[in-house]
Design a protein around this ligand. Sequence first.
Ligand SMILES: NC(=O)c1ccc[n+]([C@@H]2O[C@H](COP(=O)([O-])OP(=O)(O)OC[C@H]3O[C@@H](n4cnc5c(N)ncnc54)[C@H](O)[C@@H]3O)[C@@H](O)[C@H]2O)c1
Ligand SMILES: O=C(O)C[C@H](O)C(=O)O
Ligand SMILES: [Mg+2]
Length: 472
Amino acid sequence: MITGGGFSIIVRLEMAAGTGFSQVAAAIADAGGDIVALDTVHVGRHAVLRDITVNLRREEDGEQVLAALRNHPGVRVVHVSDRTFLVHLGGKIEVQAKTPVKNRDDLSRVYTPGVARVCLAIRDDPAKAFQLTIKRNTVAVVTDGTAVLGLGDIGPEAALPVMEGKAMLFKQFADVDAFPICLATRDPDEIVRTVKAIAPAFGGINLEDISAPRCFEIETRLKAELDIPVFHDDQHGTAVVMLAGLLNAVRLVGKRLTDLKVVVCGIGAAGVACTKILLAAGVQHITGVDRPGILHPEAAYDNPVWRWYAAHTNPERRQGGLAEALDGADVFIGVSGPGVLRVEHIQRMARDPIVFAMANPTPEIPPEEAEPYVRILATGRSDYPNQINNVLCFPGMFRGALDARAREINEEMKLAAARAIASCVGEDELNEQYIVPSVFNQRVVKAVSRAVAEAAYQTGVARRDAPHVLRD
Ligand SMILES: NC(=O)c1ccc[n+]([C@@H]2O[C@H](COP(=O)([O-])OP(=O)(O)OC[C@H]3O[C@@H](n4cnc5c(N)ncnc54)[C@H](O)[C@@H]3O)[C@@H](O)[C@H]2O)c1
Ligand SMILES: O=C(O)C[C@H](O)C(=O)O
Ligand SMILES: [Mg+2]
């Protein structure tokens, strides 16, 4: 069950003359709906046609509201539309030309014959593709649809709405032109070959929602074989934002990173990357939990990444499940799936529990259930406070990398991004409900892109000669 997050319907009602609107409104409220807008479409002698926009907490509440309206005397439900589906009709993005082609003169410049001179200039100096084409501002958002949000392997077509959404966010927040590429293959060799083959048109590759452990091999190979940044968002975007949130959370609870006991649940793409960035930031005590329980060095795992993981974590050699892992833990990082964490688990944690239940769209524990038992709670969702979501990272990360024309995105650039995000929450603003800035905070992209570009220059991966001037 997916709750919250924009369930909103528009119901067109025909109301017979004399039908009281307040009774209709009460029926909607009793059934769990919240009227947020009302339009009168047509007024006739015998009836009024109205469009009523109703917000709902859960999908099932929609059925209740409609049943109540259908049973209401004097009311006929003419039709119902779901606003979330409406906003997806025909897709969410489009390609636009920067200049109009109004006459033959324009045509001969943007297209043949004029374009041929530009083609030859790039043939003679391929780096000119960065100046004379979309390459310098364009990112491919590439998925195979195998780990889409927490919905799992739903295939490339079903993944497209998420990838279109990422492209929208790239554009709106960072003016990066991103294009969704959903691949009809899950074979790592074929994915690597395909991404390499399409790379000439792009200034960066954002891998998205590709399941572990294939995602590790695919990213590693592409990083080695391409000279543009390759960044698996579910790994590194998530890790960067999680670290930003944790840096601020520990300030609030008065603990030090080096003393923390952290449990990571879901040792897939996001879980492995969160662990690596925590280790790089100085956290020493990390325990990983996945379906077989606590990852333990003496266990035999087919997954090579789990073998690496078990060898580098779990310093107390704990065994058991999530409950045992959480005994005395300071922090829970959930990047697994819905319903994994229970209140009894949280009650085993140390004082001031920090719980990041980041599975999307349904977190590891319903926030309402967890709230009374935690000091700090964060989820990946936009309808609760403390949204720890990779959208706080990927737009600014690519803006900075593209501005510096970076060859790659390295560890220093990621740590710089995490610190930049954390710094957008001022000392006087920091509180339990505000450990990460809002995704709409315009300072975030600027701070992240600047920090990332600076780190790219400092680490020698920037290819622009002169230090660039970042956009305002
Ligand atoms: N908030 C964010 O920014 C953000 C970013 C990336 C991923 N996520 C969420 O994190 C989750 C994982 O994403 P991913 O890309 O790492 O996927 P993934 O498929 O690579 O890894 C998921 C891991 O979780 C494990 N898992 C699933 N259910 C479990 C359970 N009941 N108990 C223990 N382990 C379980 C799986 O075995 C797998 O190893 C998804 O829900 C995704 O939406 C959130
Ligand atoms: O898409 C999101 O909202 C975050 C993340 O990339 C995820 O896969 O859950
Ligand atoms: Mg994702």
